[in-house]
Design a protein around this ligand. Structure first.
Ligand code: ADP
Ligand code: ASP
Ligand code: MG
Length: 419
């Protein structure tokens, strides 16, 4: 029997009626002869509320205990979902991550999955039960509870779908992937499909609809993800392997990372091994850095700047202050009011003029670009946080993302030519 893994996000299980609606959807698939695993998030804004509660008892919650606390949210939903299904007359069983051997590393609050023992899930499916798994959580080899980072239920979804070779459906509060966040850009357009690489960039650059590690997994194991609404039965967006035809569209989407911080290290000794020791210290503290720029100021000194997600700033600040203590003369500056706007498209590999169009849109609107970074399929500009949403709407319009693309090749880019 072919299996499907369905994930329901927080808004899709926010109250008893929504839990029943999700249960009905699982039953519908079961009636069609499919084996069904449900991965569920915490109800509504529970995870935010748990964060707030921790904040009421301490300024700096120990990460191990934070995970212990946060994981309770998903545990409430799994049991309620199993009860709802049984009330409707369908055999169902719920599992925490620990109960299905979903093992992670021990990096609390952003753990990575190492393996899943799906035998237990398989046995229950073969016995005809609907299996409900708590998203977002894991356990370490030693049995400590971990979480996979905000939005981590998506990672659970794809990991389980890959392990079971099952279909992968993500039910959420939007009816698919849009050319930009439809809550910020009113004329954003729903896409029928998007490549793993483009979605990976969009997710990493702020499109919170999917966790970037979920897309990474999906690409690695080639598990197409169907992102769709939990309110309708319409088809959503398929995230799939790239096809040649996709390169005809230059820019597929735009994203905004709303809460970004920048750290600038000045008077950094300009000699081999220094950059390595700085970024080693940051990596050892599990801080993800991006947009690294090093410039030589004199023959002996350099400036090194990079960005971190705002929630990582307190940890990064601590590491940088320690580094300044060990490297004579080095100073650190911290900016916490930035945002990043990016455009993404596999077509950038073969088309020209993309960067210029983006910069012109900002220039015309008087938006100051604080930094620019590019890769083969994306261009990102850092701007002041207050200007982020407006900047996103501007680039969305500059590339006519709200209109259906004509899919015609225009000026092609020669190999090595600048965008
Ligand atoms: P869930 O709780 O179901 O996981 P999330 O709130 O985490 O839902 O993600 C869905 C939200 O992602 C949408 O409501 C939307 O505001 C946001 N979003 C950001 N970028 C995009 C995009 N490109 N397409 C669709 N939704 C997006
Ligand atoms: N409940 C967690 C969060 O709000 C995980 C998830 O919903 O994916 O981030
Ligand atoms: Mg989410």
């Amino acid at each position: 029997m072919n299996a499907v893994v369905m994930k329901f996000g927080g808004t899709s299980v926010a109250d008893a009626e929504k839990i029943r609606a999700a249960a009905r959807r699982a039953i519908r698939a079961r009636r069609r002869g499919r084996q069904v695993v449900m991965v569920v998030s915490a109800m509504g804004k529970t995870t935010d509320e748990l964060h707030e509660l921790a904040g009421q008892v301490t300024d700096s919650p120990p990460k191990r205990e934070m995970d212990q606390l946060l994981a309770t949210g998903e545990q409430v939903t799994i049991s309620l979902m199993a009860m709802a299904l049984q009330q409707m007359g369908w055999p169902a069983i719920s599992f925490t991550a620990g109960q299905i051997g979903l093992i992670t590393d021990d990096v609390h609050t952003k753990a990575r999955i190492k393996r899943i023992d799906v035998q237990r899930v398989r046995r229950e499916l073969d016995a005809g039960r609907i299996v409900i798994v708590a998203g977002f959580q894991g356990v370490t080899e030693k049995g400590a509870v971990t979480t996979l980072g905000r939005g981590g239920s998506n990672v659970t979804l794809v990991a389980i779908a890959a392990s079971l070779a099952a279909e992968c459906e993500n039910y959420t509060d939007v009816d698919g992937i849009y050319t930009a966040d439809p809550r910020i850009v009113p004329n954003a357009r729903k896409l029928d499909r998007i490549s793993y690489d483009e979605m990976l960039e969009l997710a990493s650059l702020g499109a919170s609809v999917l966790h970037n590690r979920a897309v990474e997994f999906a690409k690695k194991y080639d598990v197409p993800i169907h992102v769709r609404s939990s309110l309708t039965h319409r088809k959503g967006t398929m995230i799939v392997a790239e096809t040649e035809e996709m390169e005809r569209i230059v820019v597929s989407g735009a994203a905004l990372k709303k809460a970004l911080a920048r750290i600038t290290l000045k008077n950094v000794p300009d000699r081999p091994g220094v950059a390595a020791s700085i970024f080693h210290a940051l990596a050892a503290a599990n801080i993800v850095v991006d947009d690294i720029i090093q410039t030589e100021t004199t023959r002996k000194l350099a400036t090194v700047a990079f960005t971190v997600d705002l929630p990582d700033l307190p940890d990064a600040r601590k590491v940088c202050r320690e580094l300044c203590g060990t490297m004579k003369g080095m100073t650190a500056e911290f900016e916490d009011g930035l945002a990043k706007v990016s455009v993404v498209g596999v077509g950038m590999r073969v088309h020209t003029g993309v960067a210029q169009r983006m910069f012109a849109a900002f220039g015309k609107a008087g938006i100051n670009i604080r930094n620019i970074t590019t890769s083969e399929i994306k261009i990102s500009c850092i701007v002041d946080r207050a200007e982020g949403p407006k900047a996103l709407r501007l680039v969305h319009d500059a590339f006519d993302l709200g209109k259906t693309p004509t899919r015609r090749m225009t000026r092609s880019r020669k190999k090595g030519q600048i965008r």
